[in-house]
Design a protein around this ligand. Structure first.
Ligand code: FES
Length: 96
């Protein structure tokens, strides 16, 4: 069981689970905004602060490249949890 923490202000919101980050975010009420849920809008961008998510698939890679995101930014609707990770929603600061 992985621990997923999402920075929200000075605190972290935490959920435990595995698999699709979007499912975990929904069930754990993680503060990550979602739009299309299909890898098109970019609203769900998260920065990986600690740990790692499973490597991105080809669709996610192409979208992130299109948005010119730095390597530590991922799409929460496309990403999978494979271990403990700490994230921050990019929409909380300056989107890439
Ligand atoms: S919710 Fe639109 S790209 Fe993830």
């Amino acid at each position: 069981m992985a621990r997923v923490a999402v920075q929200k202000g000075a605190k972290d919101v935490i959920a435990e689970g595995e698999g699709a980050l979007a499912d975990l975010a929904d069930s754990g009420r993680l503060p990550i905004p979602f739009g299309c849920h299909s890898g098109r809008c970019g609203v769900c961008q998260v920065q990986v602060l600690e740990g790692a998510l499973a490597p991105p698939g080809k669709l996610e890679e192409a979208i992130l490249e299109g948005f010119q995101c730095p390597e530590d930014v991922r799409l929460a609707c496309q990403a999978f949890v494979e271990g403990d990770v700490r994230l921050r929603a990019v929409s909380d600061s300056v989107p890439c």
